[in-house]
Design a protein around this ligand. Sequence first.
Ligand SMILES: [Zn+2]
Length: 545
Amino acid sequence: MIKKKKISKEERIIERRKELAKNGQVAAIWTRVSSADQYKTNCSIETQLDGCYNYCNRNNIKVKHEFGGENESAKEAGDLFLEMIGEVLNDPEYNTIIVYDFDRFSRNSDDGIYYKTKVKKNGINVISVNQPIDANNILASQLENFLIILADIDNAMRRHKCYNGMVGCINRGEWFSKPPIGYDTKKVDKHHVITVNERGKILKRAFEWMANEPSISQFEIQRRLKAQGLDIPKQTLSSCLHNSFYCGRLEHQYLNTDTPNVKYDRYGNPYIMGVQEPLISEELFEKVQDVLDGNRNHYEQAIETPKFPLKKHLYCAKDYRLLTGYTTKGKDYYKCGLIGCKTNISADFVHSQFKEILDRYIIPSEISTIFAKVLERKFQEKEGADVEAARNIKKKLETLKTKLKTVNRRYALDEIGKDVYDDVKKDLLMEINATEHELRQSKAKLSNLSKYVNNSIAIASKLGSYWSKMDYKLCQMIQKLAFPQGILWDGERKALRTDGENIFLAEIARLQSINPNEGIKKQDTSSDVSCLVAGGGFEPPTSGL
Ligand SMILES: [Zn+2]
């Protein structure tokens, strides 16, 4: 009996699609509006549909169905999107998906690239009306990926913009959200004033007990606190004891580490001195940390030296153990932490190899013009959004001031009593102050975005040289950005392995490896979607703003 080779349903559809495609292009139109688009003028569903239909008419593409057309979360591929992908994949008549703009396809570059690659494998092209790309161009698919990533960068920028007010607060040393146990917070003249309360005074003793009686258990501390009237769960107590806020420090992801008043704690985390009332001295806090560290028995706690910037980031490819640094006869080496594993390598050699890898991340000149153009357009959109935002804030401020006038008048006319008047007035004044603050922030940010874009590109293109400066902090940042999962040293092949690199950088490196004269890909990894999915999103450095 002859065994017939089974072909899957998916393969049958692809075959059929190839057949049908000979009759011409058949498209699904995909539109969406995300909540982040509310400021944008030019991306209503109608505008998108118009643009898509025009494009199809001009290019003789038959439209079979429209999908989307509703608000959809920007964060992940929403249900509507997946529904569309599913239907298009299952219907062999479709060979094209039309979107108005690549940032309409998906706002998340991992998803965007993943699904674009997936449908492409099934014989379906994604076409953006606003970024028509010659499909015969060898760089076409990479370019499209770039555009999708740009939408992601764009998303990060938006997120960042929303938080400008908070960034401002933190960098002035003001904690804007709920303070930890033991503190009260109120707003006085636009400032967050945080003071120690009665519970705080009790909690202070916990630090003192720990410093003076290093062998005391947290359970015992908890018991004593409770006896004095402060009942807190063990988890909370533990996080209090670790929280440097109590000694007057402020740690926050929005801290701008470029300013001179930034210091670093024993773990290399940046902080500044906040304006909150300290509960305990820094000295006492450090003492408590010593005790806590001792309890945890941290053998790898030794402070990193710039001699071994790859420490904690470089793994043995044989057994996935972290390599540790050591010096002998004046020379530096990394070696595997596993007893019996002989992996051992000169630090200079690994460092030069690592720099070479980073040096691949240079945006090729063929791409940089297109890249710059798209960024410019994004930038102009952003400016528009900022102007719009400032206008809205101004409007809100006027409304508040009118309300205040009304209240004053009604009080003067004896229509409301003093209690009500005082309350309402206080609330209104607070809101007016906050709004004025917001307005100043939004104006200040209007002209900074081009710098931001340029910085992002410049930094991405010069990682190798930044890294060779051997500033420990900078090295760590670059390593984490480029290889979020760490890198491997393959002792047998005497080479570094870099699995799971940042997708944005991976794209740049891939474009670099294409020889434009030959027009042939030296290394085709486009089918390897998994590496694209694995990496984190490219978050532009905040120091640009
Ligand atoms: Zn090993």
